[in-house]
Design a protein around this ligand. Structure first.
Ligand code: NAD
Ligand code: TDX
Length: 331
């Protein structure tokens, strides 16, 4: 197959491209406009006979149409992805996440292309800390932030295009990813690179907030399973039973880097900060036989810390500008 991966120069998209090249025979084209979050270097070293990079915008309907005509399947990762940025300036989130998805769906409709839509557990809103419930495919949508509301909107467009136009689509909603190639604006890489630079980690509020961590490579294997065996029109939740509160994660990072576990600062909380996300991935596991490989968060985090230690040239160019933005926001 020839697979088009949008947003393939970003964190999870690039992990998926490496996964495809390593574990399948498919040819891969990446369509990515290289915003501040995209990094061409995340795709260095891929075999030229199986991999092609196209720099372009997913809202460019003519370019998208040409690329769909030439591919068997599309996996759509491209997005504005950072909640804090969406609170500062929501507009790019509407353009890319809503209009961009619409542009791809219209091309899928014209060409009958198999389309897989990457989304997030944040579309379901948040859970209380003591709620025994986890999100399932039946949980009603209740997004909190400009980011998550545009992702929810894009998911609903996909559902409508399946029902109204018979588009051959599936959707996955995944929990928080960690691993190599994640931008230093995000929680885990921000704290790792702070410590590597001799700065203190920054915890929003009390740090009680819980995220359900999954390694990006496990996200990739789940998406591949859905692409190969998923039922058209269905939604699959992806998660690896990795609930941890932010305070524990910061302390673990400090300990793994040989620092005192309390050597971090509390900073201003995120407005509207979701308290807890938790995924029940029973459907994916029972219907498609998927299981995560990284069941040990401590070991996955240690490997991620090693990656940032060994790849300073990859992240250092973004670090100062990212921290300057946070400082301006009091975070
Ligand atoms: P990212 O910000 O690291 O990467 C996004 C990529 O999309 C970048 O390479 C960027 O250049 C590209 N892009 C942005 N706008 C574009 C446009 N208009 N046209 C073409 N390319 C464009 O994001 P990520 O963390 O890798 O997330 C990827 C996807 O996974 C997103 O759809 C996100 O909602 C979803 N997701 C992320 C997480 C997570 O923990 N990071 C969890 C669940 C779902
Ligand atoms: O410096 C920080 N300190 C801090 O305490 C940062 C950057 C974050 N946090 C907190 C906020 C969250 O509770 O850590 C948690 C994780 O923050 P982010 O990395 O910004 O992720 P989150 O807001 O949970 O969203 C992520 O997971 C779902 C991705 O960015 C989304 O794209 C995905 O949909």
């Amino acid at each position: 197959m020839k697979i088009l991966v949008t947003g393939g120069a970003g964190f999870i998209g690039s992990n998926f491209v490496h996964h495809l090249i390593e574990h399948t025979d498919h040819d891969v084209t990446v369509l990515d406009v290289l915003t501040y979050a995209g990094n061409r270097a995340s795709l260095d070293g891929l075999p030229e006979d199986r991999f092609r990079f196209v720099r372009g915008d997913i809202v460019d309907a003519q370019l998208v149409d040409r690329l769909f005509a030439d591919h068997d399947a599309v996996v759509h990762y491209a997005a504005e992805s950072h909640n804090d940025n969406s609170l500062e300036d929501p507009r790019p989130f509407l353009d890319t996440n809503i209009i961009g998805t619409y542009t791809l769906l219209e091309a899928a409709r014209r060409h009958g292309t198999r389309y897989h839509h990457i989304s997030t557990d944040e579309v379901y809103g948040d859970l209380e800390l003591d709620d025994p419930a986890r999100f399932t495919e039946q949980t009603p949508y209740n997004p909190s932030s400009p980011y998550s509301s545009t992702k929810a909107g894009s998911d609903l467009l996909v559902r409508a295009w399946v029902r109204s136009f018979g588009v051959q689509a599936t959707i996955s909603n995944c929990s928080n990813n960690y691993g190599p190639y994640q931008h230093v604006e995000k929680f885990i890489p921000r704290q790792i690179t702070n410590v590597l630079r001799g700065e203190r980690p920054k915890l929003y509020g009390t740090g009680e907030n819980v995220r359900d961590w999954i390694h990006a490579d496990d996200h990739s294997s789940a998406v591949l399973a859905i692409l190969e065996r998923g039922e058209i029109g269905e939604t699959y939740l992806i998660g690896a039973d990795g609930e941890r509160n932010n305070k524990d994660v910061v302390e673990l990072i400090l300990t793994q880097l040989g620092q005192p576990s309390d050597a971090y600062d509390h900073v201003k909380d995120r407005p509207g900060h979701d308290m807890r996300y938790a995924i029940d991935s029973t459907k994916l596991r029972t219907e498609l036989g998927w299981a995560p490989r990284y069941s040990d968060f401590e070991a996955g985090l240690a490997a991620t810390i090693d990656w940032y230690r060994e790849n300073e040239a990859w992240w250092a160019p973004q670090k100062d500008a990212t921290e300057a933005r946070y400082t301006a926001q009091g975070q």
